[in-house]
Write a protein that binds this ligand. Structure first.
Ligand SMILES: Nc1ncnc2c1ncn2[C@@H]1O[C@H](COP(=O)(O)OP(=O)(O)O)[C@@H](O)[C@H]1O
Ligand SMILES: [Mg+2]
Length: 266
């Protein structure tokens, strides 16, 4: 990273990944930038590096992980919220990817509007369950509402995903701002998704980094850049994981490169 540091700028790079809090939140602020696709592909790539992975669909009430993977889970978070299942009992194994999934339930009003005490319990249960895994990947919903803030506060690392559009960048900045206000030592890293080239991705990152440095005195580091790739849309349409269907496409290469950086940082 060529982020220039100065003495008054706090840097995420100085916060090593807390091994006890091996939860990685995927956030964006703006919807539709690729969080769910990236969460799945990151989980898959981590599992292929022999990591024990749990993918938690934390877009409560608008779950998409099962749809993108073509799963019909017999158990999901709905059972947890109704009190029938513990969080550990609600997970299913995604054989093809060799990782576990805690699926959400789309259209569930109960999940979408969890009261603060239930959200707290869910977060604590997740922390407990995370000790059975090397990594837990948490696919957050869009926005910066109470649910998103509460769940993201459980993560040791937050990957803020943005594309190159000014609206996505503005929302990513807003997410970083509230995260830093809540926890000045937050470990936030940036993933630029859907860029035309790595050069464009780096330029986009620099724009975001400069805004964070100027206004927040915080420099989030760059984890990776994922190029625009028609294979992403094709694999989602086919409801098949991209690492299974198009393992050698540009976007798959880029996610693997991000995983290399993530695992090196341990
Ligand atoms: N790297 C990429 N290349 C091409 N299309 C992409 C890429 N990343 C995301 N997309 C497109 O963005 C859409 C939204 O992705 P999704 O994971 O559902 O976003 P989110 O969870 O942030 O709402 C996908 O259906 C896909 O068409
Ligand atoms: Mg999503």
């Amino acid at each position: 990273m060529n982020a220039v540091q100065n003495s008054t700028t706090r840097s995420a790079a100085s916060n090593p990944l807390d091994k006890k809090r091996n939860i990685i939140a995927i956030a964006s602020g703006k919807g539709g930038v690729g969080k769910t696709w990236f969460s799945i592909t990151l989980s898959h790539a981590l599992a292929r590096r022999n990591q024990r992975v749990l993918l938690f669909d934390a877009d409560l009430g608008l779950a998409n992980v099962d749809i993108q993977l073509g799963l019909m889970p017999e158990r999901d978070l709905g059972g947890v919220i109704s009190g029938r299942l513990s969080l550990a009992q609600a997970k299913v194994h995604f054989d093809e990817g060799n990782f576990d999934v805690l699926a959400g339930r789309s259209g569930s009003g109960g999940l979408a509007a969890l009261p603060p005490n239930r959200l707290n319990t869910l977060g604590s249960d997740l922390l407990e369950l995370s000790s059975s895994y090397d990594r837990v990947v948490m696919d957050l919903g869009a926005g910066i509402d109470r649910t998103v803030r509460s769940l993201s506060s459980r993560a040791g690392t937050t990957l803020v995903l943005t594309n190159t559009e000014p609206t996505a960048l503005t929302d990513a900045y807003a997410f970083i701002k509230i995260s830093i206000q809540a926890n000045p030592a937050a470990d936030i890293r940036i993933v630029i998704n859907n860029c035309a080239s790595h050069a464009e991705g780096r330029k986009t990152y620099e724009t975001l980094r400069k805004a964070c440095d100027s206004f927040l005195k915080y420099e989030p580091i760059l984890l990776g850049m994922i190029r625009h790739d028609v294979s992403v849309l094709r694999s989602i349409r086919n409801q098949t994981a991209i690492l299974t269907r198009y393992p050698n496409c540009d976007a798959a290469d880029d996610v693997r490169a991000a995983v290399d950086v993530l695992l090196e940082a341990r």
